[in-house]
Write a protein of this length. Structure first.
Length: 281
């Protein structure tokens, strides 16, 4: 779950998602965007129940759903055989695995997809905060009695020449806004250096790390990654922080994989249920 200025984006929806949302005290009805990376059960089988719960709770606001083309048919078939009546519009946009594309954007955030390499068509997702406009210093507005037209020009990054011939410089009159933040979700994928290009420079990267380095051949065969490989992608992409997850059940915990990843990319943490990370600027 990614919260961007109180806009809620759910990336993948495995079994137990509703329980996790309730434990995390997430207001489910505020979720307006759900993106499904691929159609392996651990990534989407919780979706049908969540869509049903929205109806039972009286949702009327539209829901935006992004995922593989076959997902729409699965939902419609599920509703048909169960004679379900959905009480809200569902806007579906099919993803593709040939190139990166923007799935949604408004004035504050964009949601993009990008290809990864798994056994079936799979995408990663990237959320980018939009740059904030410049803010004009209040004392300058009051002292110079700036007009609305002049203020708007400064906010666009323009210097302002006044009727008396003086010039108000934008870089002096305005606050510099904080840099926009970004989060990338690299779903199930084998090691593929192209991923580093899609996620270049993001503040926070989630990358699967199913196996340790000793299981490299197994990772390649099953189209998954090792912790070392996830860390290499983070290093190549020069991201701010790495989160590893999707750890194989053969491991009692993620400690060994975390240590392995940190040897390559020190600023790494291991995902765990309920973990909350603030995306740093």
């Amino acid at each position: 779950m990614v919260n961007v200025h109180e806009k809620q984006f759910l990336l993948d929806c495995g079994e137990g998602t509703q329980i996790a949302l309730r434990h995390g005290k997430i207001r489910m009805m505020r979720i307006d965007h759900i993106a499904i990376s691929h159609l392996h059960g651990d990534h989407y089988l919780g979706l049908f129940g969540l869509l049903s719960t929205f109806s039972l709770l009286g949702r009327t606001r539209a829901l935006n759903l992004y995922g593989p083309p076959e997902l729409e048919g699965l939902i419609l078939s599920h509703e048909k055989v169960g004679e379900s009546v959905r009480g809200y519009p569902l806007h579906f946009k099919a993803t593709q695995t040939e190139s990166a594309e923007i799935l949604f954007e408004d004035g504050s955030v964009s949601l993009e997809s990008f290809p990864v390499r798994h056994r079936i068509p799979t995408t990663g997702f990237l959320l980018r905060e939009k740059p904030r406009e410049l803010g004009v210093k209040r004392d300058w507005i009051a002292r110079l009695e700036l007009t609305l037209t002049e203020i708007l020009s400064l906010k666009r990054g323009e210097d302002v020449q006044r009727p008396d011939g003086t010039v108000v410089l934008c870089d002096q009159a305005c606050h510099v806004p904080p840099p926009p933040r970004s989060y990338a979700f690299a779903a199930d994928t084998r090691y593929w250096e192209k991923v580093a290009e899609w996620v270049q420079g993001v503040n926070l990267l989630y990358h699967e790390a199913t196996f340790d380095a000793a299981m490299k051949d197994r990772a390649t065969k099953t189209f998954h990654s090792t912790a070392t490989q996830a860390a290499r992608i983070a290093a190549k992409a020069e991201v701010g922080q790495l989160v590893i997850g999707h750890v194989s059940a053969r491991y009692e915990n993620a400690d060994a994989l975390l240590e392995e990843a940190q040897l390559v990319f020190p600023n790494t943490v291991a995902a765990s249920d309920g973990l909350i990370l603030e995306v740093s600027r």
